[in-house]
Each structure stands twice: as structure tokens, then as C-alpha cells.
Design a binder for this molecule. Structure first.
Ligand code: SF4
Length: 286
């Protein structure tokens, strides 16, 4: 039986295709998106949800990258903001070096024709593999897959996985795989980034994130005993100017005083980054 992790992550053909250019095909820089929270009969705005808050990513031609997080973490908003289906409030989405967010309609239409967003519903139809082949016939340069495995049985998942590998390896399609389950990205995605409350909280090689996660949120995603559901305040921009804290503190089993007083930056960890004070090299032993 083939398991996800047994599959080789990349073959020689892809190495050759990718070695032609080290410029990213898709680069996201500081992407932000906010939604108003409305309440009451008059639908007054009572707050704002930071759906995306300064997200960066880069994907080379033929590279597969996993974006991992719970529902509400910002994965779907990220995909939709890249495709300009929801407005970004700041940042850039550079495709082949040009910013999609600043493009006028005719140029945008032709650029977006090369970026296919595939939602979870596509894979819940009767024959999801036929749906994927139809997409590959369009030969997109970028395929954004939002929870493609969620509705599939194991056999169908493996077939879909093989098809994605074929697209990546034979056609150098760049894949963004959006998933709740980090372990499903093994064997397809070399690198992963973990989103929480609209922020990247950890990045690194997928295998290393699975075997040695640093951030408590990444650990919780991999744990059989999941943490409680996200609390409403995690993504709410309600702390007010000048007040900040770690957004994960309400659910974090390792939270301490500093976590309620400052918002952590991304700190370097072996092979990646982690947005946690426990990884702050200047505060060892806290
Ligand atoms: S900064 Fe504090 S609350 Fe946030 S993840 Fe790290 S230990 Fe937990």
C-alpha cells in the first residue's frame, strides 16, 4: 500500500524545469485583507476580522507549496485574494513579476486564465478525477487547490495525489495546496506554511514541520487531540492601537505573561520560521 509519505517528493524532470529560472512564478508580499463584523438590526460594524495580515509566500515554476490551517485561518481568503475574488487592503500578488492587484481588466483576465482555483466542491462531485483532468487540459501555470482531499476516500485521494504529481512533474504546474492536514502535504509539497488568524505562524520544509513542529499551533494541528475550536478574538482586530498580544494565547497550552503583552515576530528556527516567543533566541530559558 502506498502511503503519502512514501512517495518521492520530486523527480529529475521537475528539477530540470525548475533549474531554468530561480525567479518565483508567484510571489505574495505583505498581503492583507479585512472583513467588517456587523451586528444588530442596523447591521452596524462592530469590528474587523484580520482575514489576512501580512502574508508572504513565493513559489517557483513546478513547485508545490502547502498552506495549512484550520477553517477560518485565512487559507481560502488567501486563494481568493490571489485571484482577486476578494479585495486586498495591502500587499502585492506578483505573477511572472507583475502585480495582479494593480492590473487593469484585459491584462488581468489573461493573467488569471493561467491561475486556476479549484474549490473543495469540485472534488465532491461524482467523478473528481475527471474534474481534475479537465482542469489540467487548460494547462494552467498555477493550480490552487482548496481542501481537495476533504471529501475523498483513501483510494481516490491517492489517485488525485498521483495526478497532481504528474501535473507538477510533467508540466511544471505550480501548486498551492490548501489543507487542514499538514501530513497530507508530504510527498507533494517540499515546503509548507502554517496560517493562523490570517498570519503565517510557521514555515519550513514539510517533512521537518511534520516531524519537528516548533509552533504550538502547528503541534496542535498534528495532534490527535486537537485543541478547542478557534476563539472569536483570535482574528478580530479589537485589541486597539498600541495593544497587541499573541493571537493564539487563549488556546495555547504554553502561554506565559509576555504572550499577553506583545505580538510575536517570526523568529528563525532550524530550516524555517516560527512566530512564537519560545523560539526567540534573545529570551532563551523563559
Ligand atoms: S507566543 Fe506564547 S501564546 Fe503564542 S504560541 Fe508562543 S507560547 Fe503560545
Amino acid at each position: 500500500v502506498t502511503r503519502w509519505g512514501d512517495l518521492p517528493s520530486r523527480d529529475e524532470a521537475t528539477r530540470k524545469l525548475r533549474s531554468g529560472s530561480r525567479d518565483p512564478l508567484l510571489r505574495v508580499e505583505g498581503l492583507c485583507a479585512q472583513f467588517a463584523v456587523k451586528q444588530g438590526l442596523l447591521r452596524r460594524t462592530v469590528g474587523r476580522v484580520r482575514a489576512l495580515d501580512g502574508v508572504d509566500l513565493r513559489a517557483l515554476r513546478g513547485q508545490s507549496l502547502a498552506v495549512v490551517g484550520e477553517p477560518g485561518a485565512g487559507k481560502t481568503t488567501l486563494a481568493r485574494a490571489i485571484c482577486r475574488l476578494v479585495p486586498a487592503t495591502a500587499g502585492k500578488v506578483l505573477f511572472e513579476g507583475k502585480d495582479l492587484l494593480g492590473m487593469a481588466k484585459p491584462e488581468l483576465r489573461s493573467a488569471l486564465a493561467q491561475i486556476q482555483l479549484v474549490t473543495a466542491e469540485t472534488f465532491s462531485v461524482a467523478d473528481p478525477l475527471r474534474a481534475l483532468r479537465a482542469l489540467s487540459d487548460l494547462t494552467p501555470k498555477v493550480l490552487i487547490l482548496d481542501e481537495p482531499f476533504a471529501a475523498l476516500a483513501d483510494a481516490a485521494r491517492l489517485s488525485l495525489f498521483d495526478e497532481l504529481r504528474r501535473l507538477r512533474d510533467q508540466h511544471a504546474v505550480t501548486c498551492l495546496l490548501l489543507t487542514q492536514r499538514l501530513e497530507l502535504a508530504l510527498g507533494l509539497c517540499d515546503e509548507a506554511l502554517v496560517l493562523h488568524a490570517g498570519q503565517i505562524v510557521e514555515t519550513g520544509a514539510t517533512a521537518s514541520l511534520v516531524s519537528h513542529p516548533h509552533h504550538p499551533y502547528t503541534r496542535s494541528l498534528l495532534s490527535a487531540q486537537r485543541l478547542a475550536a478557534p476563539v472569536r478574538s483570535e482574528a478580530l482586530d479589537s485589541a486597539g492601537p498600541g495593544v497587541s498580544a499573541c493571537r493564539f494565547r487563549a488556546r495555547c497550552p504554553r502561554a506565559f505573561r509576555r504572550c499577553a503583552e506583545e505580538e510575536p515576530a517570526l523568529f528563525a528556527v532550524p530550516g524555517g520560521l516560527s512566530r512564537c516567543f519560545l523560539d526567540d533566541p534573545d529570551a532563551a530559558g523563559q
